[in-house]
Write a protein that binds this ligand. Structure first.
Ligand code: THU
Length: 133
């Protein structure tokens, strides 16, 4: 059962971890685990710009690096200071399509507390799939 206010609070807190001195655009992401825990991620930039990492991948890789896998994930949320609920970049969509469960609900927030709930298939239809290798 997802408590949307709790999810918002967690992802809002995650955004505060952003290291984004170059773009000054802070993004937060969280995975809610089935055990009730949250794994936070934030965008982490670098003076060598392309080395920067998006919040979404930061949260997903952090979860895996802590030993959690796809069956442990209950919900995913992202937040940014955007006019409409934030939309993840293409690279993150590809990673999300492989490392998050197919049926997971993805909560896209902005700081106005607006939310759009979406699925991986809606974000990235006809995704490249490791099965094709
Ligand atoms: N960013 C994310 O963290 N997630 C997104 O979905 C879009 C963009 C970050 C990357 C960079 O640090 C900053 O936002 C501006 O592009």
């Amino acid at each position: 059962m997802i408590d949307q206010n709790e999810l918002y609070e967690e992802v809002y807190e995650a955004r505060k971890l952003s290291y984004s001195p170059y773009s000054k655009f802070k993004v937060g992401a969280v995975i809610k685990l089935k055990n009730g825990k949250y794994i936070k991620g934030a965008n982490i930039e670098n003076s060598s710009y392309p080395l920067s990492m998006c919040a979404e991948r930061c949260a997903i890789y952090s979860a895996y690096a802590q030993g959690y896998t796809i069956d442990d994930f209950e919900a995913f949320a992202i937040i940014g200071d955007t006019q409409n609920p934030i939309s993840p970049c293409g690279a993150c969509r590809q990673v999300m399509s492989e490392l998050l469960p197919r049926d997971i609900n993805i909560y896209l927030f902005n700081l106005k507390h607006e939310v759009k709930i979406i699925t991986i298939d809606e974000l990235l239809p006809y995704a490249f799939d490791g099965e094709d290798l």
